[in-house]
Ligand binder design. Structure first.
Ligand code: NAD
Length: 477
């Protein structure tokens, strides 16, 4: 049993209060580890260390920072099987998906290892020819990193990678449901040579008592948060007090458009990926499947056939394709949303109920003819439920798709290239999957518009979130 969850100034240790909390396996309901339950005293120690180390860390050679990340990438790949098992044990996703997450997460370290040595500035002559304008880029400063439970390794790596590459120190608080993967990740970075105090981890059951002091400290210069829009707004308000740089990867309500001319087999395949990855517990999950009326029945029936054939089991079981939801609260939310939709007139094509425990299992579900007033139309479902909504023309499809305060990702299935670009342009989102149900890629800028967030993670712009520019005015003599 692991009993430490604090890693401050290069050392593992208990919390100041000596309290711990249990980590549960959502497939069995069993406690698999005890982790330190940090509070304000631990948080303050961590942020002071991060502040004290910032200057020296910023001066390290970019190549040195890049090589630490490259070594971390290699260690993760070497231990991929073991890390996948850890993710499955604390989060529930099937082992094959956990393995994919490990490889996806590792890739952020490889990508940013390469970006560390490509940080560049700018140089130009002012319009009147009298001043040389030199623009340099440096680390923004100590960063607060807060991550969710649904991709415990990848969400950490997507923040730590660019922060290390840019030369920022960090205080890191993972989700209380899944701290073990973050403990492993932080251990790997230390093993890869990250100097003591650059990355400090505090686990806790009381996020406000740890993140709050970091936000108020005046030491942290940036917050990078992935999680719900609700908590993101709280952190943005706190960030305003100290005018901190803010990156927010928040919730989604992804529309998944299937046009009359779409390759239906491909669209069903895409829907399985976009809906069922992570049991539907993904910000990118297709939340509303908008299907042209002429193909809606065929699409729903085929999707139902595929969904009901998926093997639902403890993610550690060989061949498992759908694991449990994260906890009782997550399961209860899905039950309530489906019951509400059915009460308002939706019909159940397959599934529609929870499965016997232990564990928080819900049957893969397809709902047809979902009315627009059903709560799940405007709520992130975060479960294996695919609501199909028919539309009559492109204009209606776009109106329905954009009728949400979120704007993370949208999916478009059509064989007509003009329509694909037209719809891609019309969707109010940060990312569009064209005839694909998967957009996540470390080489691409991940992020949303509207209330889905601020900033981008990954891609060539990813490192910019951790850099500040400085302009030097040099008079021409
Ligand atoms: P959450 O907002 O409840 O928690 C996220 C993190 O915030 C956790 O570490 C939690 O402990 C912490 N937190 C909670 N209250 C806090 C407070 N008052 N102060 C500081 N920290 C606090 O979200 P969740 O349930 O862990 O994750 C699911 C959500 O994350 C969904 O909305 C999902 O769409 C979103 N998400 C977004 C992305 C993206 O890239 N856009 C990726 C994954 C998940």
């Amino acid at each position: 049993m692991i009993t430490h969850g604090l890693f401050i100034d290069g050392s593992w240790g208990p919390s100041a209060s000596r309290r711990t909390f249990g980590v549960e396996n959502p497939a069995t309901g069993q406690t698999i580890a005890q982790v330190a339950d940090g509070d304000e005293a631990d948080a303050l120690r961590a942020i002071e260390v991060a502040g004290a180390r910032q200057r020296d860390w910023a001066r390290t050679a970019p190549r040195e920072r890049g090589e630490i990340l490259r070594r971390a990438y290699e260690i993760i790949v070497d231990r991929a099987t073991e890390l996948a098992a850890l993710i499955t044990a604390e989060m529930g996703k099937p082992l094959a998906e956990a393995y994919s997450e490990v490889m996806y997460g590792a890739e952020f370290f490889r990508w940013f290892a390469e970006e560390a040595v490509r940080i560049s500035g700018d140089h130009m002559l002012s319009g009147d020819g009298r001043t040389r304008i030199l623009v340099t880029k440096g680390p923004v400063g100590p960063c607060v990193l807060v991550t969710p439970w649904n991709f415990p390794l990848a969400m950490g790596a997507r923040k730590i990678g660019p922060a290390v590459a840019a030369g920022c120190t960090m205080v890191f608080k993972p989700a209380e449901q899944t701290p073990l993967t973050s403990l492993a990740l932080v251990g790997i970075l230390a093993e890869a040579g990250l100097p003591a105090g650059v990355l400090n981890l505090v686990t806790t059951t009381d996020p406000g008592s740890v993140v709050g002091p970091w936000m108020r400290s005046g030491i942290a210069r940036k917050i990078s948060f992935t999680g719900s829009t609700e908590v993101g707004k709280v952190l943005l308000t706190q960030a305003a007090e100290n005018v901190m740089r803010s990156s927010m990867e928040l919730g989604g309500n992804a529309p998944f458009l299937v046009c009359a001319d779409a390759d239906l087999d491909r669209a069903v395949e895409g829907a399985i990926v976009a809906k069922m990855r992570n049991m539907g517990e993904a910000c990118t999950a297709a939340n509303r499947l908008l299907v042209h009326r002429s193909v809606a029945e065929r699409f729903s029936a085929e999707l139902g056939r595929r969904m009901s054939a998926l093997k639902v089991a403890d993610g550690a079981t060989p061949g498992a394709e759908v694991g449990p939801l994260i906890d009782q609260a997550g399961l209860g939310k899905v039950e309530r949303l489906v019951d509400d939709a059915v009460r308002r007139g939706a019909s159940v094509v397959v599934g529609g109920s929870r499965l016997d425990g232990p564990g928080y299992f819900y049957a893969p579900t397809v709902l047809a003819d979902v009315p627009s007033d059903a709560a799940l139309m405007s709520t992130e479902i975060f479960g294996p439920v695919a609501p199909v909504i028919p539309f009559d023309d492109e204009e209606e499809a776009v109106r329905l798709a954009n009728d949400t305060e979120w704007g993370l990702v949208g999916y478009v299935f059509t064989r007509d290239i003009d329509r694909a670009f037209r719809l891609g342009d019309a969707l109010e989102v940060g990312m569009v999957g064209m005839n694909t149900g998967l957009v996540s890629n470390p080489a691409a800028p991940f992020g949303g518009v509207k209330q889905s967030g601020l900033g981008r993670e990954g891609g060539r712009v990813g490192i910019e979130e951790y850099l500040e520019c400085k302009y030097l005015a040099i008079p021409c003599s």
